[in-house]
Design a protein around this ligand. Structure first.
Ligand code: SF4
Ligand code: SF4
Length: 361
């Protein structure tokens, strides 16, 4: 049984006549949660701490507010750690989110800067997403994981996760923030697609994919698998639907995410997880928009176990009445969010039995 600490997002007004009550701020409550939960107590003097979050895509408006990340950064520093805030590049090579340069640009547009976060921002998998440490795992689907180098080089990872739904994986919690967000491009590819790309009969031989391919792996309009470095840029630029790629969903992608998370856990000694169950949108923050939240805000969860914390968020979410003015009634029907939790548990990277320690009481 794991402890999952929780603080409610409600501003329970105890003195109704008073308007100025800073203690009701969720940012203030986060400070209390960090102190009382002890989730950051493993941090030692001089430890390099990666604070992993998701900066969102351009156009997303309900990402995690910078103030929450800043509070975590400050708490890391107070305990003697050296924090940096981090994120990885996305699949592809062309869109801004696919390189460190563009990622930082979008981060700034969305309000995440070294000034707002009070820490340097480092894109963990390098300029193009190929700076990684490879580790072996004995997964059902995957045997090697390419962990983003700045993550692998850190003494610990503190996850600041916006808990929301996800169109392919069901939910985006800590397991996803680690499993997708802390790996470099080849593993991002492997968790989304089971095979190399190929070129089909729709191809009009325009040559766009040949030009963009970073490893010259497309010769005579055929993908040479031995040369392909799994970036998905060919698919990104093709306007003819000429690149064949199988995009996984449901149980498959959920289990692969858990396997990637298991790989990341092999490279770093300590982890802490904060799930912010606020603005629970139907889409992940990688979408270029944000719909109305599916349920009212719940609060903030904290734990050192990524499986327990995601299960606690899942359980809290499912029992709430859903917003008819949001896109989904519950989870996307083809997804299997519990498969992430169940597979992660089987891989031994956490346990799903938890006890809520309510910081409001
Ligand atoms: S970009 Fe598409 S249409 Fe153009 S050569 Fe490549 S596969 Fe063919
Ligand atoms: S063939 Fe492989 S390396 Fe080349 S663009 Fe496509 S996915 Fe990237």
């Amino acid at each position: 049984m794991r402890n999952v600490f929780f603080i409610n997002s409600r501003a329970e007004v105890c003195e109704v006549e008073k308007w100025y009550q800073p203690k009701l701020s969720l940012a203030r409550k986060l400070e209390k949660l960090i102190d009382e939960s002890g989730t950051l107590d493993f941090i030692g003097k001089g430890d390099i701490i990666a604070v992993k979050t998701h900066f969102g895509e351009r156009g997303t408006t309900k990402t995690l507010r910078p103030i929450f990340i800043r509070k975590i950064v400050d708490a890391v520093r107070e305990r003697g750690g050296k924090p940096f805030v981090t994120e990885t590049t996305g699949l592809g090579m062309v869109k801004d989110r696919c390189t460190a340069i563009g990622r930082l640009k979008i981060a700034e547009e969305n309000g995440y800067t070294s000034q707002t976060l009070n820490a340097p921002i480092i894109i963990a998998d390098g300029i193009k997403g190929y700076d990684y440490v490879e580790v072996g795992i004995d997964g059902k689907h995957l045997k090697k994981i390419n962990v983003a180098r700045a993550i692998a080089d850190s003494d610990a990872v503190v996850c600041a996760t916006h808990f929301k739904l996800h169109m392919m994986a069901g939910m985006g919690g800590s397991i996803k923030n680690i499993g997708v967000g802390c790996v470099a491009k080849p593993s991002k590819f492997d968790l989304h697609c089971p095979t190399y790309p190929s070129i089909n009969e729709n191809c009009n031989e325009c040559g766009d994919c040949v030009e963009v391919c970073p490893s010259n792996a497309i010769i005579d309009f055929k993908v040479i698998e031995e040369l392909c470095i799994k970036c998905a840029a060919c698919d990104e630029v093709c306007s003819q639907n000429g690149v064949e790629l199988t995009w996984l969903g449901g149980k498959d992608i959920s289990e692969r995410i858990a396997e990637c998370a298991a790989g990341v856990m092999k490279t770093v000694e300590d982890f802490a997880f904060f799930n912010f169950a606020v603005d629970i949108t139907p889409h992940c923050d990688c979408h270029p928009y944000s719909d109305n939240p599916v349920v009212p805000d719940i609060g903030i969860f904290a734990s050192n176990d990524m499986v327990a914390i995601d299960k606690a968020c899942y359980d809290s979410y499912v029992k709430l009445e859903k917003n008819p003015d949001s896109l989904v009634e519950k989870f996307w029907e083809w997804t299997d969010p519990l498969a992430q939790i169940e597979h992660a548990r089987k891989l031994g990277i956490g346990i799903s039995n938890y006890r809520i320690v309510d910081g409001n009481e």
